[in-house]
Design a protein around this ligand. Structure first.
Ligand code: GTP
Ligand code: MG
Length: 195
């Protein structure tokens, strides 16, 4: 998709604040600092429409990006961020769970993992949550610029096996730094918008 028009329409913490356009939504999931907001920026061809940071915990609300009056990306706070209090974690968990389990326009989760490492226990739990709730998941192995191309296949295999991914769920190598995978992931997202 050639993106000309993007608008951050809502920063929501409660269902009443979600947009009501009814366009298909794709929700970003992944541990804190893995590169969810960077992924959104690269896909949209914007430098910093989704705010990024080298410090984990940057995104704290559900941020809805309306794209070409056709679909939404929903930036979601990362999991596994140790420095927030337990009550705060529970509050976030509640907000995210409420969105992911009850949102009719949600077409798929886009789960971002770091290609360099085997998925963590938190990554596995998140993926299993999507499987449990029948939410199709597109897995993105990002930061591919940080390992040589010759190792991508080996690392992809580790990600697929560690998450115990369903055969129907696709896995893409990506880099927000270098723009690797942008077209392939757009093709996947566009094919799911029409279903
Ligand atoms: P939270 O909002 O805290 O959950 O983090 P996030 O998942 O949105 O991560 P964010 O996009 O803010 O990126 C975190 C850090 O990783 C930043 O310093 C980015 O520049 C860096 N980063 C993200 N994607 C890539 C990538 O593909 N390659 C490289 N080399 N660095 C990346
Ligand atoms: Mg973020």
């Amino acid at each position: 998709m050639k993106v000309h028009n993007v608008e951050m329409v809502m920063s929501a913490v409660r269902p009443e604040q979600y947009p009501d356009d009814g366009f298909p939504e794709f929700a970003l999931a992944g541990r804190s600092n893995v590169g969810k907001s960077s992924f959104i920026n690269k896909m949209l061809g914007r430098r910093n429409i989704a705010r990024t940071s080298s410090k984990p915990g940057k995104t704290q609300t559900l941020n809805f990006y309306k794209i070409e009056e056709q679909l939404f990306f929903v930036d979601v706070p990362g999991y596994g961020y140790a420095r927030v209090s337990k009550t705060e974690k529970e509050k976030w968990g509640g907000m995210i769970e409420q969105y992911l389990t009850g949102r009719e326009p949600l077409v798929a989760a886009v789960q971002i993992v770091d290609i360099r490492h085997a998925p963590s226990a938190d990554d596995i739990n998140m993926y299993n949550f999507f499987v449990h709730y029948n939410i199709p998941t597109i897995v993105i192995a990002t930061k591919a610029d940080k390992i040589p191309k010759g190792k991508w296949d080996k690392h992809k295999k580790i990600v697929r096996e560690t998450l115990n991914m369903l055969g129907d769920d696709p896995l893409f190598v990506f880099s927000s730094e270098k723009g690797i995978g942008v077209e392939a992931v757009w093709a996947e997202i566009e094919s799911r918008m029409q279903r």
